[in-house]
Design a protein around this ligand. Structure first.
Ligand SMILES: Nc1ncnc2c1ncn2[C@@H]1O[C@H](COP(=O)(O)OP(=O)(O)OP(=O)(O)O)[C@@H](O)[C@H]1O
Ligand SMILES: [Mg+2]
Length: 272
């Protein structure tokens, strides 16, 4: 993962809200996110999570510091709306679907920016709704869908333009725990299968555990930045550091019964 290119970088990002309140919502946050990462941002209410996400998504501008997307400083992008529309997909806590449009029509909205034809838009919307398990709901209006289904439409809409990055702010905030688990499984699948870089803000530690990396904010600063290993991954890492694992990695001669699998094991361990 570390070899993957950097897709998001923040440098000393600070956001002070004015209007006489002078809240230092974000205070010198620097971080680097590589292509294909699945990152959760957690922290107490008011710690700056949404502020950070909005700055990364170019929905807001920093007081000082810089956000770079794919190496491009956002302050130097001329048409920020177009850049955002083509690079970033958003999912919010309240799905923000347009009530008078069907599921498919809602998914088509971001595609208007790109000049796709009507046929292309329809086909892509259908494909995305199928991906999120809603092939049978394309013509339903939002109020004819359950909360979890609406959120899945919002995820399909976020993916419309093949964004490199998907930003989600409390995407499961209004959902019960079963639906929350389904939505997180879907996001995890998209990250794994399509390599979409995924940044999810959440209050919920259970939700954060679906991610591979968890950044905790407190008072506008990074309090911790941890990589999460799955159980299997943890066991493989233990094995890698064991004497046998080290022998395999060094490519040394092994007992006959291990000789066949050793090259495969070596390849696997080397990738960890
Ligand atoms: N437009 C604004 N004007 C003034 N202060 C603001 C504004 N937006 C946010 N703040 C303040 O900035 C701080 C960080 O807010 P932010 O919305 O980023 O927190 P959060 O971590 O997303 O919280 P939550 O978990 O409740 O959504 C808070 O103290 C908040 O009151
Ligand atoms: Mg928030």
């Amino acid at each position: 993962m570390i070899d993957a290119p950097i897709v998001v970088e923040t440098r000393h990002l600070t956001r002070i809200y004015g209007d006489g309140t002078d809240v230092r919502a974000l205070d010198g946050v620097s971080l680097t996110i590589h292509a294909g990462e699945f990152l959760a941002i957690v922290g107490p209410s008011g710690s700056g999570k949404s502020t950070l996400l909005n700055l990364i998504g170019a929905l807001d501008r920093p007081t000082s510091g810089e956000v770079l997307i794919g190496g491009v400083p956002l302050s130097e992008v001329r048409d920020i709306d177009q850049f955002r529309g083509r690079t970033i997909g958003f999912v919010f806590q309240t799905h923000n679907l347009i009530p008078t449009l069907t599921a498919a029509e809602n998914v088509e909205i971001p595609m208007y920016e790109t000049g796709a034809s009507r046929g292309e838009r329809r086909a892509r919307a259908r494909e995305l709704l199928e991906l999120v398990g809603l092939a049978a709901r394309t013509d339903h209006l939002p109020n004819q869908l359950s909360g979890g289904e609406r959120q899945r439409v919002a995820i399909a809409r976020a993916l419309a333009n093949h964004p490199k990055i998907v930003l989600a702010d409390e995407p499961t905030g209004n959902l019960d725990s079963k639906t929350t688990a389904d939505i997180m499984a879907l996001l995890r699948q998209l990250n794994r299968d399509q390599g979409t870089t995924l940044i999810v803000v959440t209050h919920n530690h259970e939700v954060a555990l679906a991610a591979r990396r968890i950044i905790t904010l407190r008072d506008g600063r990074i309090q911790s930045d941890q990589t999460v290993h799955s159980t299997l991954e943890s066991e493989l890492l233990d094995f890698k550091s064991s004497p046998l694992g080290q022998t395999i990695l060094r490519g040394e001669t092994l007992p006959d019964e291990l000789a066949d699998v050793a090259p495969k094991l070596r390849e696997l361990l080397a990738r960890l």
